[in-house]
Design a protein around this ligand. Structure first.
Ligand code: ATP
Length: 234
């Protein structure tokens, strides 16, 4: 569970996040949507402890990301919008490095790496250096690394951009499987029809403020999410 309470983040005098509050529960796939520059990445980076925020509180499964960052990070997998991996490493070295960080035992590691590398069709690329991979393949390596440590909380910034259709399909399936197991999933996206079909909850951010949050049904009513979003953004 992620609990965000009254979070404000400024860049200089400008508020990128303005008193943001909402919760992401275990059994929900939660979409975070908003125009370019609305504050999505800023909030995601605050949640995962990549950067600080000025006011408010963020709890990951009851622990504060400010006061107990290591305990929080142990529960989180974060896939950024533009994964910056160690280019000189082989894909498998990077994935193993992440598994080492998360103290994943050998048996579970081998099982998970096999499962996700096969699913994303990169088994034959695991010994390639990351710099030799295409953008989408790098993204797949980041996903395999993220999923291989069985995170309790999966946070992704625009996960579907750059992935091929099969990888998009498989990622959605993995997300559905994970919520069934009681995991927490929160991701930003501009692809509103995917969000509408996949997610049970949604928050819309505009100029750093949450302008709508709730179940997908509450937020969109009888309209499409796209229509509601465009009306709110006027
Ligand atoms: P996009 O959909 O384009 O990825 P976003 O919703 O993720 O956008 P953010 O990257 O969170 O938006 O940016 C929110 C605001 O904060 C924008 O006005 C942006 O210009 C500003 N901002 C982001 N990072 C910085 C920074 N390092 N320094 C100053 N301003 C920043």
């Amino acid at each position: 569970m992620i609990k965000i309470s009254n979070v404000t983040k400024k860049y200089g005098e400008k508020k990128a996040l303005d008193n943001v509050s909402f919760e992401v529960d275990e059994d929900e796939i939660f979409a975070f949507i908003g125009h370019n520059g609305a504050g999505k990445t800023t909030l995601i980076k605050a949640i995962v402890g990549v950067h600080d925020f000025d006011e408010g509180k963020i709890l990951i499964n009851g622990k504060s990301i400010k006061e107990d960052p290591v305990a929080c990070k142990k529960e989180i997998a974060y896939v950024p919008d533009n994964p910056e991996l160690y280019e000189n490493m082989k894909a498998i070295q990077f994935i193993d490095f992440i598994c080492d960080m998360y103290e994943v035992g050998q048996e579970r590691r081998e099982k998970n790496i096999k499962k996700y590398a096969e699913m994303y069709d990169i088994s034959q690329n695991l010994n390639d250096t990351i710099e030799s991979l295409s953008h989408g393949m790098k993204q797949k390596v980041a996903l395999v690394a993220a999923l291989s440590h069985d995170p309790k909380v999966l946070i992704m910034d625009e996960p579907f951009v750059g992935l091929d259709p099969k990888a998009v399909f498989d990622t959605k399936e993995v997300m559905r499987e994970m919520v069934k197991e009681g995991k927490t999933i929160f991701f930003s996206t501009h692809i509103l029809d995917v969000a509408e079909k996949l997610c049970t909850k949604v928050a819309i951010i505009k100029k750093g403020k949450i302008i709508k949050v709730g179940s997908m049904k509450e937020v969109k009513g009888d309209k499409s999410l796209e229509k509601v979003f465009l009306e709110l953004e006027k």
